[in-house]
Design a protein around this ligand. Structure first.
Ligand SMILES: *[C@@H]1O[C@H](CO)[C@@H](O)[C@H](O)[C@H]1NC(C)=O
Ligand SMILES: *[C@@H]1O[C@H](CO)[C@@H](O)[C@H](O)[C@H]1NC(C)=O
Length: 667
């Protein structure tokens, strides 16, 4: 009996199981995803990721649960080890299921509401965790919406604690945080929170290895970015100075310029002038208004997220991309919600009006002011799809010009470097002092939607997996560069790799040299040979002993588990997984909540509900006036729009899906 116990301990030790606390373990079992419509039909067997999905309870007192969906590759490439990337969509209030099912994740949803495979998925380069946040977004719940960005930070840190309790094996991983749009506010705030906490650790706490931030088409310096609408629209041919409304638009631009001019870039305290202003936002409204084509209802206005597309009015992109019309019913289906292990089911909406209206961040400084300190410790990539109007690349370039980081203001020159991916020019790059700006060609507000494989190579740039050539960064399809380096290494026979990029990498986080030497351990085919013959024999003997012990141990484990409740993690299709419905009473309560009644999503109220929500602080009469209207209305999104667009108050069905002009398709 005693021996048995010893053996069990030994076996567990040998297996390398630092067994997590029992609760975490069973939670992990509970969160395993084993089935989804189309999973075994449409996804190559070897490409089915290991998935966990579910809601973690952040705070019982206000019923806050954060939903996450984690994807890991089951046959990890050698360069993809020990990395976790958290992905956040923006809004505020838009679900990261956009990212999971239309952008960086391994699945897309087809017209049969089944999953299909996205060969450009980022989970091949790093474990990927999509998190719906803040509470009230997507499948995440709360009784109390966040109103300020410091709350976003605190809640996310709390989520990370719970996440690492469930996945202790991820705690030492290199962490990256990636996302889009309004996540340009979330991500720096969360990063700042992690860095602060790393400096004030309690006993036994491990620092988190935050290694990089990737922000796509970020909303980072609100009013400065508003000043980009006129130059961007002219350059893109959306409007020209001979338009009858030109002077009106210029006048609006000047008013915004006045606000921005008053901002003191050295003043890092809260400055009302920097909060997203209706005056600056209205520039874009006026441009779209001026360019409406009333004769062509299906293509009446520009798609805000991709100027090469047109959309019906007043959507102007609000129902884009077209995949959304499959994703919404997919996530709304009971079978899918069961498969995703939702303890509390809710009707999934891409964006929650309640969250957006609450998170006005009136007392939070814009994240642009956090970047300087973050860049001292963590590399940041700011990338922009070049066809996006609403968070266009010119706006990003212009706030970078004024930003000070690591001892200098802006980039030191205007030189750009080509980005070549798989022999094609994918964009251009500027990189200095831990900040990398990337303009991604032929892509929209949602870069991974248009260019999945190219977008994954952003992670290669972040992790140093590229070659720096004269005036070009060169990235490769999955695994290609690594294989080549391995081969070169083998030829050189045990000589350490000194690759060009490991010298010149600006964002040297997990230098390739390190990965290369690490990989020789689990993967190499040449077993380390001991010079003395007796040594080898003893090693063999020990190996044999270990195998015998393992087999014995497994047998004992089997016999002792046979009677008890089983809990070994399943893989493959499950046979009748039991659903937990312990919180049924909460479900009915949430059903009454306004956030779950479909809102009339208007114009900006989507991936960027920011504009309609902003009250812009306290500028002018105009502003107060529009705020009054908002208060008197059920849906502020609607009122601002009708305020701006008096033209078409006819009852067009705003929630009609699929803009007619989607010539765009994922590549
Ligand atoms: C860039 O970040 C690294 C950490 O990744 C840090 O050690 C380094 O000091 C930073 N570079 C500059 C110029 O501050
Ligand atoms: C890419 O370019 C290199 C050198 O120019 C060439 O050898 C290679 O065949 C090209 N690969 C593809 C996929 O076009």
């Amino acid at each position: 009996m005693f021996l048995r116990f010893i053996l069990l301990v030994l076996v567990q030790g040998l297996l390398g199981f630092a067994l997590p606390p029992k609760s975490a373990r069973s939670l992990k079992d509970h969160h395993l995803v084993t089935t989804l419509p189309g999973l075994y039909e449409n996804i190559p067997k070897d490409e089915i990721p290991l998935m966990f999905s579910g809601q973690l309870e952040l705070y019982a007192e206000n019923k806050t649960y954060y939903y996450f969906w984690k994807f890991s590759d089951i046959h990890k490439l050698p360069e993809n080890k020990n990395r976790t990337t958290f992905w956040l969509n923006g809004g505020p209030g838009c679900s990261s299921m956009d990212g999971a099912l239309m952008e960086a994740g391994p699945f897309r949803i087809n017209s049969d509401k089944k999953v299909t495979y996205n060969s450009g998925s980022w989970h091949k380069a790093s474990d990927l965790v999509f998190v719906d946040q803040p509470g009230g977004t997507g499948f995440s719940l709360t009784d109390e919406y966040d109103t300020e960005l410091y709350q976003i930070t605190n809640d996310f840190l709390r989520f990370l604690d719970l996440y690492f309790e469930e996945f202790p094996e991820d705690r030492g991983n290199e962490l990256f945080i990636a996302g889009e749009s309004y996540a340009g506010q979330y991500i720096p705030y969360i990063a700042q929170g992690i860095l602060k906490r790393n400096k004030n650790l309690k006993d036994n706490e491990m620092p988190l290895k935050l290694k990089g931030l990737l922000i796509g088409n970020g909303w980072i310096s609100p009013n400065e970015q508003g000043l980009s609408y006129v130059p961007y629209s002219v350059q893109a041919g959306i409007i020209s100075p001979d338009h009858p409304d030109w002077l009106k638009i210029l006048h609006q631009h000047e008013q915004c310029q006045d606000i921005v001019n008053k901002i003191d870039p050295n003043d890092k305290s809260l400055n009302r002038l920097e909060m997203s202003s209706n005056i600056c936002d209205r520039i874009l409204t006026l441009i779209l208004e001026a360019t409406i084509d009333k004769s062509n209802p299906d293509e009446a206005c520009y798609n805000l997220y991709d100027y090469t597309l047109k959309d019906s009015f007043p959507s102007c992109g609000a129902n884009w991309p077209p995949d959304l019309s499959y994703v919404t019913p997919f996530l709304g289906s009971n079978a899918v919600m069961n498969a995703l292990n939702l303890d509390v089911k809710t009707t999934w909406q891409e964006c929650s009006g309640g969250v957006g209206r609450s998170l006005k961040a009136k007392n939070s400084i814009p994240s642009v002011h956090l970047l300087g300190d973050i860049l001292k410790e963590v590399p940041v990539i700011l990338f922009n799809g070049n066809r996006d109007i609403i968070c266009n690349y010119m706006g990003t370039e212009s706030f970078i010009k004024k930003m000070e980081w690591n001892g200098q203001k802006g980039f030191s020159n205007d030189e750009v470097i080509d980005w070549i991916h798989n022999n094609v020019t994918a964009g251009y790059i500027r990189a200095e002092r831990n900040l990398t700006f990337i303009n991604v060609f032929d892509s929209s507000h949602m870069v991974p939607f248009d260019k999945p494989e190219v977008s994954r190579a952003l992670l290669d740039i972040m992790t140093g997996n590229y070659d720096q050539e004269d005036k070009a960064y060169v990235t490769y399809p999955l695994g290609e560069r690594y294989d080549r380096l391995e081969e070169e290494n083998r030829v050189k026979e045990n000589k350490p790799i000194v690759s060009s990029s490991s010298i010149s990498m600006p964002a040297s986080t997990s230098g390739l040299t390190m990965q290369a030497s690490e990989s020789s351990e689990p993967n190499s085919t040449t077993v380390e040979t001991d010079s003395s013959g007796t040594g080898t024999r003893i090693t063999r003997l020990i190996q044999l002993l270990v195998i015998v012990v393992l087999i014995w141990g497994v047998y004992i484990l089997y016999t002792s588990y046979k009677s008890g409740p089983s809990s070994i993690i399943k893989s493959g299709p499950s046979n009748g997984r039991k659903k937990n419905v312990q919180w049924a009473d909460q479900l009915s309560q949430f059903e009454d909540d306004e956030q779950f009644t479909p809102t009339n999503q208007g114009f900006f109220a989507k991936t960027f509900s920011k504009f309609t929500n902003s009250d812009g602080g306290n500028y002018s009469q105009l502003n107060k006036y529009s705020e009054d209207i908002e208060l008197g209305d059920q849906d502020p999104a609607q009122s601002t729009i009708s305020d701006d667009f008096i033209i078409a108050s006819d009852d067009e069905d705003e929630r009609m899906d699929t803009p007619a002009t989607s010539k765009n398709s994922p590549n």
